[in-house]
Design a protein around this ligand. Sequence first.
Ligand code: AKB
Length: 346
Amino acid sequence: MFANSITMCNFVNDTVNQKPHGADKANKHVMKNILIIGATGQIGSELTMNLRSIYGNGHVVAGYIKGAEPKGELLESGPAEICDITDAQNIADVVRKYKVDTIYNLAALLSVVAEGKPLLAWHIGIGGLWNVLEVARENKCAVFTPSSIGSFGPGTPAYKTPQDTIQRPKTIYGISKVTGELLSDYYYNKYGVDTRSVRFPGLISNVTPPGGGTTDYAVDIYYSAVRGEKFICPIAQGTYMDMMYMPDALNACVQLMEADPTRLVHRNSFNIASMSFEPNQIFEAIREELPGFQMEYQVDPLKQAIASSWPDCLDDMCARNEWDWNPQYDLHSMTVDMLEKLSARL
Ligand code: AKB
């Protein structure tokens, strides 16, 4: 399967030192027609609607795979196409049909699921990325591919993790994220493909729940609180991780792709941060709004091992300096909004 998806790509035999073709090196990239691969996932479902509200419904194509078809507003508000990241020809066809200039590559298995299916995680994360980058090179598209706090490992400085530092993750998720960062930089340096990326923390949203991540507890806890249930926490007290509310994450996706390329010293991938907390702190933040809420710890060994290998909090000064990253939500304001939106919906 992996070999197939690679041989479908049409590689160019360039030398290592060839200069980028440069289309995006000096000029500001303008997003006109956008393809989102993985449009029905946790980030994709909200990013698609967000981009449609900015660039116009007809200019944002929701790419999905069989079994994860868009529904409701996502389906009705704009174009949708099957777009399987493991099939380079399929991606190229959609890109040409809609004259796509920007691809958001959001197809991935999250950290816990990836540990159970390492080959599939690599096949989607790296084989798929390679397909996207080749199609982007041939069609002069810009590409956004998220990395993660999972790209760091136990040897990384855990507190205020610098932008450029040790990246020796222990999970296949992290290994594919680091490889993805390097491959994206390679395509920028060698071919001038306008690749950009952020290292997402755990993302918290009241719309589409995540599936199979280490940070999912910080979403699940709100659902338990609103349903009046006791929350069973799989992550140990004292385990700090960076987290972010989805509206800030969506802004990061748009802001970075619109950033002036002449200001970007880094590309793949930027540390971004807005809040860092451990389970007891989010529990207390919820209890301020819902005093009867209860939580008990039943630590999941796999999730805990992954969480313990990740940083406590990232230093995001490069993102702030190079493209004016400036998140709006902290733990309190996110908690108030999450509880209000979930209560209204559930
Ligand atoms: C996960 O937990 O796998 C993701 C991530 C931090 O990349 N949410």
